[in-house]
Ligand binder design. Structure first.
Ligand code: UTP
Length: 478
């Protein structure tokens, strides 16, 4: 493609009030001009104008949904009765059949910037194992390897990266022998420009580069359908079709406790002939920052914690439990056919995220803002739910399955993740007859870790550890 002239670029940008992007043009060398022109060409300015009008200059607060249109959604609750336990076992059988038939694929999204954690490198490379310091990627990969041994077919893994962390992610997997995975493919998500919070002008990250950031985990759907590496392989979706993969298990890189391709969840999703399914945990307080799954005008939808009307957030049932308790933990099952249908038509909405984004001043100096100065535009994966003809919402226990790594310190940090993993594995050992010391609050007093290669679940441990054994110091079983 012929590079556009400064004049042509200026005209196009002028129509959208973004001509400042060329302010350093005359100082740039050929390569710099080429880079900038390519970045400008990659932007859909009509779409961006609409987003700026709606999410930056317009009525910025999304209108609150009137409370009378919102109702609780049906959830498959954790089993309490024998009947419910039997039903779950049947679902597990159905999920195990799908796994053994090779009809399940796994999508791991790892394209986020991980700004809150502030770790240099992709978040998946963070050494999170409480004893082993195994990376998040290693722990996830070992679960897939273990699933392969158990069911005879290892689900193929599709890892979403961003342009910023793609090379480092691929290199990490390669350096570690792909953790023994049979089939792993990486695909890159899309990007959106970040704009100034007050003016809606696109920020320059450097004199020849726009401030671009990943387009949110909702970008997964389009990216799965996009061209493969080097632009010539089949898309991930097409490849899944060729391999006979029908159901996708979706999860996010930051939760090391996720039960990947959980057969019970897959089974419930399939028995319900669902197009998209959710795992939820019980929200503990009205203020807890998780989105809740609800019905709006009879259709399923996730309402973010910040958008849930106060009266609904605080509403309680007869036994004092929250009426809107079904907190989404970003674990999903998708039918491949549903994603194919979506990418052919529907576009997920964009949301605004106000963030600190470094930028260059007209003097050429780079500013590291102390306060949020920019709006990023992001799509959210859960916005696909209203388009699903059928769906299943399944309750899981947060102590078993949810402790994401988000922050460097405080809640959802390495310290809390280590503790929760150790508590979980301590519980597994106890079920196998091992004696594990506990603090008065029930937490275990030192680090315990079990590699997925040693045991994927508590019942795998029984034949492998000696009942009566007493754990007295940090323990790693692999
Ligand atoms: P978060 O919303 O927690 O964002 O992503 P983050 O990038 O990890 O961290 P912060 O907000 O910058 O601190 C939840 C999950 O979604 C993925 C992340 O990699 C993480 O697994 N994600 C997020 C993407 O894959 N792409 C995105 O554009 C955003």
């Amino acid at each position: 493609m012929e590079m556009e002239s400064k004049q042509e670029l200026a005209e196009r940008l002028g129509c959208h009030g973004q001509e400042h992007l060329l302010q350093f043009w005359d100082e740039l060398d050929e390569a710099g001009r080429d880079l900038l022109a390519k970045e400008i060409a990659s932007i859909d300015f009509d779409q961006l104008d609409r987003l700026i009008a709606g999410l930056v200059r317009g009525a910025v607060e999304e209108p609150e949904i009137p409370a009378e249109r919102v109702h609780p959604i049906d959830v498959v609750r954790l089993p309490q009765t024998d009947g419910e336990r039997t039903a779950r076992r049947r679902a597990t059988d159905a999920g195990e059949e799908a796994l053994a038939a090779g009809e399940v694929g796994v999508v791991l999204v790892a394209g986020g910037s991980g700004t809150r954690l502030g770790f240099p490198g992709p978040k998946g490379t963070f050494p999170i194992g409480p004893v082993s310091s195994a990376s998040l990627f290693q722990i996830h990969a070992e679960k897939l390897v273990a699933l392969g041994s158990r069911y005879g077919k290892q689900p193929p893994l599709y890892v979403m990266t961003s342009p910023e962390n793609h090379d480092a992610t691929v290199e990490f997997f390669e350096r570690n022998g792909r953790f023994g995975l049979d089939h792993v493919r990486f695909f890159i998500q899309g990007r959106m420009p970040a704009v100034d919070l007050k003016t809606g002008k696109i920020l320059l990250a450097a004199r020849d580069r726009l401030a671009m950031s990943p387009d949110g985990h909702g970008g997964t759907l389009a990216a799965l359908a996009g061209p493969g590496d080097a632009g010539c392989e089949p898309s991930c979706l097409a490849e899944m079709g060729e391999r006979g993969v029908q159901t996708l298990f979706y999860f996010q890189v930051d939760n090391p406790m996720v039960e990947i391709a959980d057969p019970t969840f897959i089974g419930l999703h399939r028995q319900g002939q669902a197009e998209m399914s959710f795992k939820v945990v019980e929200k503990m307080t009205p203020d807890e920052k998780v989105g809740v799954v609800v019905l709006v005008d009879g259709r399923p939808q996730v309402i973010e914690y910040s958008d849930l009307p106060r009266s609904l957030a605080e509403k309680r049932g007869e036994e004092g439990q929250l009426a809107y308790w079904a907190g989404s933990i970003a674990i999903h099952a998708f039918e491949r056919s549903f994603i194919e249908r979506l990418v052919g038509g529907l576009r997920l909405p964009f949301h605004r995220a106000v963030k600190k984004v470094p930028y260059v001043l007209p003097t050429g100096e780079t500013v590291q803002p102390a306060e949020p100065n920019a709006v990023k535009f992001e799509q959210f994966i859960f916005d696909a739910l209203p388009a699903a003809e059928r769906f299943v919402i399944v309750e899981t226990d947060r102590a078993v399955e949810f402790e994401p790594l988000k922050n460097a310190v405080g809640p959802d940090s390495p310290a809390t993740v280590h503790q929760r993993m150790s508590d979980l594995f301590g519980g597994w050992l106890e079920q196998a007859g091992v004696v594990v010391p506990r603090r008065p609050d029930g937490s275990v007093p030192f680090a315990i870790e079990i590699s997925p290669l040693f045991a994927l679940a508590a019942h795998d441990l029984r034949a492998k550890v000696e009942p009566g054994l007493v754990v007295e110091r940090p323990l790693y079983l692999r």
